[in-house]
Each structure stands twice: as structure tokens, then as C-alpha cells.
Design a protein around this ligand. Sequence first.
Ligand code: MF3
Ligand code: CO
Length: 289
Amino acid sequence: MILNRNDICWCGSGKKYKKCHLEFDEKLNRLKNQGHEVPTRDMIKNEKQIQGIRESAKINDGVLDLVQEKIRVGMSTEEIDKLVYDYTVSHGAIPADLNYGGYPKSVCVSINDVVCHGIPSEDTILEDGDIVNVDVSTIYNGYFSDASRMFMIGNVSEEHAKLVRVAKECLDKGFEAVKPWGFLGDIGAAIQEHAEANGFSVVRAFGGHGIGIKFHEDPFVAHVGKRGEGMVLVPGMVFTIEPMINEGDYEVFIDEDDDWTVYTEDGGYSAQWEYTVLVTETGAEILSR
Ligand code: MF3
Ligand code: CO
């Protein structure tokens, strides 16, 4: 469909095309013709959608703040699941994990050598020295948000504390690399460099993802890569950055019994932090953290 200058823009803003995404489309087309991968229109959120995601993200942050306040040695991961479910539902929202692809709980809690998708259980008790990722995702008014944090339980070894710290630095360096008219590869490169410079590895089998109208949208956000490569980043894109950093090798496997829990192949510990990020006209903004 060819839009004329005075037609209403495709983005849903209600503005005329010439006052909205005309120049944007011209720039994107030039990049495409130069051989770059460019986002499709469904990857570009309008103001109303961004507002919806912001409201979802606010609840998502509230859940993580509550978990941060309550998490302690001796607690079962089932108790964390209940905190997440109750807070989310009492704020008029839905835990996005619950029943997602058959997932049985409201949150993922991944301890030590569990890389991601740890299923809460009454039998899993947080112990002194554990490093724990709590990954929370929320649906509010149909809009999705997603973030995760690490928690150190009691006295954590220096090496594992370093893993947790470096994983956070990797996420922040990945976020700092997000620029309008930059590239997805800029993010992966920043993360991979920092992880490997610290003697750690970056999980390849899972990545970040577009988010907003659905839980997992395109693009796939790799946490390794090369600067200047991969999809062009443009204002209005919303996606997660969620590097999983391993102390040993990056290989992982999925538990054959539950079909969800992801472990490091070599039994080394793994740490992960996640933001939901918005690309803006001037840079980027963290929507959920
Ligand atoms: N929250 C995870 C992510 O960061 C996805 C969890 S899906 C679930 O993308 F089904 F395991 F909950
Ligand atoms: Co995610």
C-alpha cells in the first residue's frame, strides 16, 4: 500500500503521513537498499501502545520490588510464586508466564546452575550462598512487560558475586549500546565483550525479544554479535535485553522431566538480568527493570 503525503500515517498516531513517518520510511528504505535488515511495521509501537506497555511495566517493577523486599534464606520458590501471583492479580493484571505454552507457574525462579525457566516448587528452598534469578512478566490491559533481577542469598562466594555483578554490567552495557538508527549487533557485541573479558561466557540458545502486544515478538535479540550488524534499531521499537552469563561454558540443556528448566551443561553457575527497553528519538529508555 502506497501512502500519499496527506494520508493518515500507518502507525496509528492519527497524524498525516508527511508529519509522521514519511521521512522515517524514506530513511529506512535507504538502509534496506544498502542491504541492512530493517524492522517491520508491527515492531514499531505508537504512543498509545507505548503508554499501555508503560503501565504494564509499572506493575511488573512493583512485583520485583516486592520480591526484593521479601526474598530470604529458607523461603521456598513456591512462596515467591504466590507473592507474584497475588500482587499481580490484586493490581488488575495477569502474570504472563502462567499457562504460557503450558508453563505451570506465575514466575521463573532460577537458582545457581539453572540458566532460566526454573519452575517454583514447595520443595525448592533458598539456601545460604545461592544466586537466584527472579524473572517476572506482566499482562495489563493486553500489554506485556518483562524484567528480571538477581538476588544473592546470605553469604555468596566472591566468584559467584562477581558473576552476578558482571551479568548486570553486561545488561547495562547492552542497554547503553541501544541507539536509534544503530543495530542489534551493537547490543550483542557490547555484552559479549564484557562477559568474555571477565572470563565468562554468553548463552546463545536464548535471547531477548520484541514485546508489547504479545509476550515474545520479533526481533530475536542475541546477546552476542558484531557492531553494525543485524537489524536496524528505530524509535518505537520495544524489546527485552536479558543476557544469561555463565561462569563456565555457554552450552545448556533442558530438563527432560519438566521440559522447562534450563541448566548449564557443565554445572557452572549462571546469572541473568533483564530490562524491557524502548528505543526513543534520542536514545533509549528502560520501561521495566
Ligand atoms: N520471562 C521469560 C523471558 O524473559 C519467559 C518465560 S516463559 C515461561 O522471556 F513460560 F517460562 F514462563
Ligand atoms: Co524476556
